[in-house]
Design a protein around this ligand. Structure first.
Ligand code: ATP
Ligand code: MG
Length: 402
């Protein structure tokens, strides 16, 4: 409850703060409005994450009017204005030229007409503007679509996706975020334009996918991606995304990618993950496969850590397998040691008491001791561990001679 109140306060705070930017631009003789997600989410009563402002003022004027500015995308007319540490994106009205790379316009030209700026925006619900008196202007019937929960491309849908293929993923992202439906003609245009998603940089695709996977209505969006053939066009991800669309429990981006990993061993080549992240995804995926019907063991919890085991368990729940949370928590609580360094009989003791012939035997004996203690076969006490270490050494000698 507290967090909801906090978010609502935050929402008002951001728009109230942003109004001072609108006022200053207006006082200098320019037009300025809130636009895009901030207006959409404000009208929906949703929390606002960032505020975009559209203005007739040029980049130079905006930069002159405000103390702290960053020229984030001057070529595209965008200046970031910083007010008490909060960033507001202020963009000059612009119309886009031709698109040849399916992503960015080859040229843009700045204009003094708001209508031209609104025409270049992606969806009707994203072109609503609001002035400093909270008056909303709607040039493309966005209020109606907002009321009916519809995502509709502005203008001729096929042309809009042909221009910028990323808009297709943005449409799915708004489904995921808002739980809206994509309007028929817009969806048909996506079906036809789907293969052009290959022109988009993987970082941008991944960024949108992560946002989709993290969203409340992710499953509806993924189901829609599969049904319209977009999932197939997106690196052949249909099989994995279908599995995700059938999830029987909630997931986040980590679980979603871990599930995809199961279907695509080359996931690390498709997407850009850090080595650490890829290893984590692989661990969750493998661990889940091993524990779908078998129980987690103390040794697995010790080796992989409770957190990763819980993730693997959630992946299994998502696939319809039994929940082992309570079992995992009990195993973790009952582990005799949390770390190999907690063994009371250690490397130095092995050297002194076992005198291993080969150096690598120290590691092998140590692993054997850890396993014995973790599984409860040997207590973590000096004498029993010494006896067990000697037995392990004898076994190593035997297998070495064999
Ligand atoms: P959110 O910030 O909640 O993810 P948003 O609608 O604010 O959603 P942004 O990426 O912040 O999305 O973009 C701000 C606005 O800029 C959008 O609402 C839309 O009007 C316009 N826009 C952004 N990307 C595109 C695009 N690829 N094509 C056309 N218009 C776009
Ligand atoms: Mg935004």
């Amino acid at each position: 409850m507290c967090s909801i109140i906090f978010l609502v306060m935050r929402m008002h705070e951001l728009l109230e703060q942003g109004k001072s930017i609108l006022h200053r631009l207006q006082a200098a003789g320019h037009e300025a409005f809130f636009v895009g997600g901030a207006v959409r989410d404000h009208l929906l009563g949703r929390p606002i994450v960032d505020v975009d402002i559209t203005t007739s003022a040029t980049v130079d004027t905006v930069a002159e009017l405000f103390e702290k500015t960053i020229l984030t995308g001057a070529r595209y007319g965008t200046v970031t204005v910083l007010l008490e540490g909060t960033a507001f994106e202020v963009t000059t009205y612009r119309a886009d030229g031709d698109y040849t790379d399916h992503r960015r316009p080859d040229t843009v030209h700045f204009t003094r007409r708001l209508e031209e700026d609104l025409k270049r925006r992606d969806f009707t619900i994203n072109q609503l503007v609001m002035d400093s008196e909270n008056r909303v202007a709607d040039h493309h019937n966005g209020l109606e679509d907002l009321k009916n929960h519809i995502i509709r491309a502005i203008g001729v849908p096929s042309a809009r996706f042909e221009e910028d293929a990323l808009r297709m993923l943005r449409a799915f992202r708004f489904v995921a975020k808002l739980g809206f439906t994509i309007e028929t003609e817009t969806l048909q245009a996506i079906e036809r334009a789907a293969p052009s998603i290959r022109n988009i940089a993987i970082e941008r695709i991944q960024d949108e996918l992560v946002r989709i996977f993290k969203s409340e209505h992710a499953m509806s969006a993924i189901r829609c991606m599969v049904d319209c053939g977009f999932a197939q066009a997106l690196f052949d991800l249909e099989e994995g995304l279908s599995a995700l669309a059938a999830a029987q429990a909630p997931f986040d981006d980590t679980l979603a990618f871990a599930l995809l990993y199961r279907h695509y061993a080359n996931l690390g080549e498709i997407f850009k993950f850090s080595q650490k992240r890829l290893k984590h995804l692989a661990s969750i995926s493998h661990l889940a496969a091993m524990t779908e019907t078998a129980q987690f063991t103390p040794l697995t919890v010790f080796n992989e850590g409770l957190k990763t085991c819980l993730k693997a368990n959630r992946l299994n729940q998502l696939l319809g397998f039994a929940d082992q949370t309570a079992h995992l928590q009990r195993l973790a609580a009952e582990l005799p040691i949390q770390d190999a360094r907690e063994l009371v009989f250690r490397g130095q003791d092995i050297l002194v008491h076992c005198q291993p012939v080969r150096k690598r035997w120290v590691g092998l004996i140590l692993n054997g001791l850890v396993e014995a203690v973790v599984t409860g076969r040997v207590p973590n006490d000096h004498e029993p561990l010494k006896a067990y270490a000697k037995r392990l050494k004898t076994n190593l000698e035997k297998s070495d001679n064999a």
